[in-house]
Design a protein around this ligand. Structure first.
Ligand SMILES: [Zn+2]
Length: 152
């Protein structure tokens, strides 16, 4: 949970984000907004997104406005950013892929420092791979961080 005077500690799953081209696409934004909301940060502000993605605030604002026009989020500079149903549906799928990737890396491939690799790997995840991991791990409910894997 977050309070006004507390230093924000972002979820572990967001600490593996490295500033790359992939950070600039809307999927990354949707993922970050979803994970911050899930962690109890409501509303999520452009400032939070800017810090997590290490992208300048004006660029984040520009992107959020674009996503607002596309009907993915509702964005208001003062009130913050909220996922709209279409954006939430996409975010759920991305987070599902992220958490299945984490399980793949940790439980099947026996890797450590999974946060470092999961972010890159999740972008290559297809529905077929996601389904295969789900089947191999017998419908896992939680990721290695103990967070629920969204059902889609
Ligand atoms: Zn996780």
């Amino acid at each position: 949970m977050y309070t006004m005077n507390m230093k924000i500690i972002y979820p572990e799953e967001l600490q593996g984000i490295v500033h790359e081209k992939t950070c600039e696409n809307e999927e990354m934004y949707l993922k970050v907004i979803y994970l911050l909301e899930e962690d109890g940060l409501k509303p999520v502000c452009s400032n939070n997104v800017s810090k997590v993605l290490k992208i300048s605030l004006p660029s984040v604002v520009e992107m959020l406005n674009k996503m607002d026009k596309k009907g993915l989020v509702k964005y208001d500079g003062r009130k913050g950013v909220f996922l709209k149903p279409k954006g939430k549906k996409m975010a759920k799928k991305i987070v599902r892929n992220l958490r299945l990737t984490e399980l793949l890396l940790q439980d099947i491939l026996k890797m450590k420092n999974i946060e470092k690799y999961a972010c890159k790997f999740e972008h290559s995840m297809t529905d077929e791979i996601a389904n295969a991991i789900t089947k191999t791990l017998k419908n896992p409910e939680k990721c290695p961080h103990g967070k629920l894997i969204p059902k889609i």
